[in-house]
Write a protein that binds this ligand. Sequence first.
Ligand code: NAD
Ligand code: DAU
Length: 355
Amino acid sequence: MKTILVTGGAGFIGSNFVRHVKGAHPDYSIINLDKLTYAGNLENLKSLEGESGYTFIKGDICDRGLVDEIFKKYSIDTVVNFAAESHVDRSILGPEEFIRTNIMGTFVLLEAARRYWQTGSNDTATSKNLFVHVSTDEVYGSLGEEGLFTEETPYAPNSPYSASKASSDHLARAYFKTYGLPTITTNCSNNYGPYQFPEKLIPLMIINALNEKPLPVYGDGKNVRDWIYVEDHCSAIDSVVHSGKSGEVYNIGGGNEWQNTAIVRLICELVESKLGLPAGDRKRLIEFVKDRPGHDRRYAMDSSKIKKELGWAPRHTFRQGIEKTVDWYLDNRNWWERILSGEYMEYYKKQYEER
Ligand code: NAD
Ligand code: DAU
């Protein structure tokens, strides 16, 4: 039995993780703290509404008073910190919110955990106490044609987003070294799957292909990402929560390196076949557009540490995961149409404020 504070639990990975924990550990109590930015959507968690052992709190991780109150009121013993501004293109257009949420917000959470668990001079942290900070492979920078990121790869973030995540990773490390706060950082590769906001490559391409809209590929389209199905990332974090060692870093990757153009073509083929369209009907929508500034060329993760030490392994190949994902977006049109129209933002008011 644990009481877990999940931050950012209304976002893409956070909502999948909340559902994962509910299924895998029904006796756990989950507190979901989320500000409901444009990326937070309570419709991602409709199935949990009213369930015992699940509490949603609308709020900001930068709000010290609120975070302190949550630690005290709910006797939080484990934190899984997903809350962040997560989209690289938005960080290029406006970095400030990334610095605030990703760095200051993580700092506020670490401080609250330190105070509440009283690590330091009067150490009362129990074996249940753990602060899992969820981070990204982007902190390591960009790879050439060869090689993989390991936990020892030096940090070299290239976007305001990755620089803010790198900074928060350093804070988590420093709180372990200085105060003995039991922190673990996980660095994961590109996630995809159900409930991903349609600004990211895969859902954007699926939805545009379904809607017969242009498919904008940045630069030459040869940038490589290492894709992981979101459920595999959630099971990795579950392993870290239960068997991870404080002060450690774990790299998590799907072992699925794909060039962007190859992914977009595959999505087109799947949409064409599922809609019964002639071959090539959606591929003609591909457009090569201006490159992203500072666009990292290649990411690829060495996940051997988490596999060896915690016995975790991803269950999905990219082909399995992408087919499930295309099916999910086909079966859940209403979910993404409400995002495109902006209606999803009204859901919180209806469910929580107007009752
Ligand atoms: P997302 O953008 O879908 O969700 C982020 C969530 O955080 C949203 O629900 C949003 O409302 C909430 N949030 C934002 N600012 C907040 C604040 N100040 N206080 C409280 N809540 C706030 O992001 P995601 O893709 O689910 O990513 C989750 C985490 O995983 C992030 O920390 C991200 O850096 C990390 N990550 C993501 C990926 C990926 O491929 N998506 C890969 C590796 C790591
Ligand atoms: O690697 C982990 C990271 O993956 C996470 O930390 C980030 O939160 C997450 O957003 C993601 O970052 P990327 O920048 O890799 O993901 P995105 O989906 O934005 O882009 C994936 C690749 O596709 C990248 O090379 C840019 C390219 N792209 C993206 C978009 C949105 C396009 O070519 N066209 C597009 O329209």
